[in-house]
Design a binder for this molecule. Structure first.
Ligand code: NAD
Ligand code: ISE
Length: 350
């Protein structure tokens, strides 16, 4: 997996760097600015913008040489911005992606690609007209070493054809009153939908969502939930989403195949034994659990964007995941099994 060369900020290196403009400087925007500024080589942040100007100004102080722009449009048009990193809220993504595509600038868009299938299709149409991929969507689990090992095992055929994928996605807590029932699917389960499609190399045909007894910590929140995804080829994926589990951020995944199983190992690097027990750390949140995956994801994007293109999760993936998410939300509200219908896949994403 390419994590990129060690950072070297001499003058020659700086003239070759991919110059990145960041739209949205909240939690993940700041974390990505840190990795682009201090961890990865080959890129630097030259512009930032946020609807909260104070936040943009504070973020610019963390990226030497970065200018604050008054709007996303101004940032995208700037001569010293070669590529655009979108970390604003989901409903704002389309309005940033389309002008970036029109300017021919590579885009990294944090998940979701957009918040409606119609918006995703407008983005796909714009990319198809360009005739080349310029968009990578931030489904970072595909860059995690454990998920990649799981995928390699499935693809090798060594345990036979995959029949089921069991996924558990547990957040320690979510902000009360801000995190809604639908977000458990549209904001959280989307990652599990992404890896189910990727590991099983198939699209989701139907979705059902069940809710057991509520976790009282989340009060009125419908938490946890249990998703059942039927893939077109007949395999099943099950997904537990729990967002008030308390003990940490716990991501699990297991493939059950015709002649074996393969599962993600515990992510912590150390086991401590004492007093007749063993223990290890559970990550606090997604930033800790997937820190290396985000680094690898961005190293890969930088390399592709410097060549004027894109790699990894595509606009098609963003659209297909949105379709499953919409079906899941309907399934959760109605208790029914809901079919997922996709448009024909453009050849660009074959
Ligand atoms: P946040 O609320 O902390 O930050 C979002 C920022 O975007 C805010 O500062 C807000 O003022 C700004 N913003 C909103 N609309 C804007 C616009 N039109 N133009 C410019 N700035 C705008 O949210 P966050 O947790 O950083 O999430 C941001 C995005 O990243 C979301 O799409 C979220 O789903 C995604 N995310 C991905 C992961 C992951 O694991 N891949 C993790 C967390 C968040
Ligand atoms: C957040 O937006 C993410 O994308 C994280 O990866 C996910 O685990 C979390 O549940 C979401 O809220």
């Amino acid at each position: 997996m390419n994590r990129g060369p060690a950072r070297n900020q001499g003058p020659d290196q700086m003239t070759q760097d991919l110059r990145i403009g960041v739209i949205g400087t909240g939690m993940i925007g700041q974390d990505h600015i840190r990795r682009l500024t201090h961890v990865l080589a080959g890129a630097r942040v030259t512009g930032v913008t946020d609807t909260d100007p104070a936040r943009a100004t504070a973020a610019a102080t963390k990226a030497p040489g970065a200018r604050v722009h008054a709007s996303a449009e101004a940032l995208i048009a700037a001569d010293d911005v070669d590529a655009v990193l979108i970390c604003s809220w989901g409903p704002a993504h389309e309005a940033a992606i389309l002008p970036a595509l029109a300017a021919g600038k590579p885009v990294f868009c944090e998940k979701p690609l957009a918040t409606t299938q119609e918006a995703c299709l407008r983005i796909i149409d714009a990319e198809v007209v360009l005739g080349r991929r310029l968009i990578q969507v931030g489904y970072m689990r595909r860059y995690d070493a454990a998920y990649r090992a799981l995928k390699a095992t499935v693809d090798s055929g060594s345990i036979g054809a995959p029949l089921m994928f069991h996924s558990a996605h547990r957040n320690a807590s979510v902000p009360e009153g801000l995190y809604t029932d639908d977000m458990a699917i549209a904001d959280t389960m989307v990652h599990d939908i992404d890896v189910a499609r990727w590991l099983l190399d198939d699209e989701v045909a139907r979705v059902r969502v069940l809710a057991p007894k509520r976790n009282s910590v989340g009060k009125d929140l419908r938490d946890p939930i249990f998703g059942l995804l039927e893939m077109r080829g007949g395999a099943l994926a099950t997904v537990e989403v729990s967002v008030n589990i308390g003990y940490g951020y716990d991501i699990r995944g297991e493939i059950s195949a015709e002649q074996g199983t393969a599962e993600l190992a515990e992510s912590n690097p150390l086991v401590v034994k004492g007093n007749g027990q063993f223990a290890g750390r559970v990550p606090a949140d997604w930033r800790e659990r997937f820190i290396a995956a985000y680094d690898a994801e961005f190293a890969s994007w930088i390399a592709a964007a410097r060549d004027g293109g894109a790699t990894g999760p595509s606009a098609w993936d963003g659209y297909a995941i949105q379709a499953v998410s919409d079906a899941g939300i309907e399934a959760a509200r109605t208790g029914e099994t809901v079919a997922v219908t996709l448009v024909e896949k453009p050849a660009l994403y074959a």
